[in-house]
Design a protein around this ligand. Structure first.
Ligand SMILES: Cc1cc2nc3c(=O)[nH]c(=O)nc-3n(C[C@H](O)[C@H](O)[C@H](O)COP(=O)(O)OP(=O)(O)OC[C@H]3O[C@@H](n4cnc5c(N)ncnc54)[C@H](O)[C@@H]3O)c2cc1C
Ligand code: SF4
Length: 339
């Protein structure tokens, strides 16, 4: 039996101080990921600092520093509550669809916004403490290289880690203009969402750029035409209760002549973090949005991919899913414009 301290502070500064001052302390939100890891022995914290009483459970309209508007989503807002909000469904459909495609109803009722983004990988070796894993125990090796590799990354992997990020919400946010609001021992800082997660490099143990003790207090979603015309598709082994094999979030803005004014594409299940397909986006801007153009753009992005016999399916699947999502969005926009 291991001893564990449990704290439930009433203000965010105390929570940050409690974790910052103890290298073995961790924040606890819904517990659907962290508690599993405690049971498996994957995480062995000495203290849990519960964030449920920090007042981070609201969704509010917000004016953004650049003059725009948006929604400020508290870090402790439950996944099911966020997905059900009419303003999220209307203004950020990709976010609502990504949330609803994750886990099960019961887990979504418990899981939180920040917890979902900061959940750890589902790599089977990471979760099995009897096997070497650089992410769980730096310097021990990577069992997924040369092992069971069906879920491995095809983009941005390193010789130290080839796993992928599991969150659906994370992929939708990567295709949305979002900002992460963080409270640390030196006060608040804001970072573009794209800077939150990192590729493994030679430090796969660090999933994000957050420092120990930094608390996510909110995520701010910026209103935009792209966000309003956005969608999400997840390919998986079962219709529910399964992580993505690959997923695609996209936002589309078409000019009056039907050409692409702007586009955002993010891929899930292919890399250690949500993968912004910027090469594909650049190829599509200013041109047509037909199947051939999207297929060619996805191919251009996939030139950087590295696959083997276990993961080759992912390249084909993510390309087809991109065609599917952008095709649906283009048809929706055309229908809207004809009304
Ligand atoms: C069977 C099963 C199936 C699932 N399927 C999916 C799926 O298909 N798609 C998907 O996206 N997810 C899926 N999940 C994962 C689930 O969505 C996550 O477990 C959940 O979102 C984590 O949120 P939580 O609030 O429970 O976080 P916790 O488990 O409490 O915490 C997770 C991590 O976040 C940190 N943390 C929490 N809040 C903060 C904060 N405010 N600031 C800083 N750090 C913080 C914790 O310290 C911990 O490291 C599944 C989970 C299970 C068990
Ligand atoms: S892929 Fe990453 S998480 Fe999986 S065993 Fe290798 S180092 Fe660990």
């Amino acid at each position: 039996m291991r001893e564990l301290t449990y704290l439930r502070p009433d203000d965010a500064a105390s929570a940050v101080a409690a974790v910052t001052g103890d290298p073995d302390a961790r924040f606890l939100a819904g517990g659907t990921n962290l508690v599993d890891h405690l049971k498996l022995g994957v995480a062995r914290p000495g203290a849990l600092v519960d964030v449920s009483r920090l007042g981070m459970d609201r969704v509010e309209e917000v004016e953004l520093p650049d003059g725009g508007t948006g929604l400020r989503v508290g870090a402790s807002v439950r996944n099911s509550d966020l997905a059900a909000r009419p303003e999220v469904r209307r203004r950020f459909p990709a976010v609502a669809r990504a949330l609803l495609s994750g886990a099960s109803g019961q887990i979504r009722n418990q899981a939180t916004t920040a917890g979902n983004l900061l959940q750890r990988t589902r790599c089977v070796y990471f979760q099995d403490v009897s096997t070497p894993c650089n992410k769980r125990e730096p310097g021990t090796g990577c069992s997924a290289i040369g092992g069971y590799g069906r879920y491995n990354a095809i983009l941005g992997a390193s010789p130290d880690c080839v796993t992928v990020h599991p969150s659906d919400l994370a992929v939708a946010l990567a295709a949305t203009d979002a900002t992460v609001v963080v409270l640390g021992p030196d006060g608040e800082r804001r970072m573009p969402y794209a800077e939150l997660h990192r590729l493994p490099g030679d430090r796969p143990q660090d999933d994000t750029t957050l420092r120990h003790g930094e608390l996510i207090t909110a995520v701010e979603l910026a209103d935009s035409t792209l966000a309003r015309s956005s969608g999400y598709h997840k390919a998986r082994d079962r219709a529910s209760f399964a992580f993505a094999l690959v997923s695609v979030a996209a936002g589309l803005d078409l000019a009056a002549d039907g050409t692409v004014r702007d586009v955002r594409i993010a891929w899930g299940g292919v890399a250690h973090k949500p993968w912004r397909a910027e090469v594909a986006e650049e190829r599509l801007r200013g041109g047509p949005i037909d199947e051939a153009a999207v297929r060619a753009a996805a191919e251009a992005e996939l030139e950087a991919a590295s696959t083997d016999e276990q993961t080759a399916y992912k390249a084909a699947m993510v390309r087809n899913a991109t065609v599917l999502v952008l095709g649906q969005l283009a048809r929706e926009i055309t229908r809207r414009n004809q009304r």
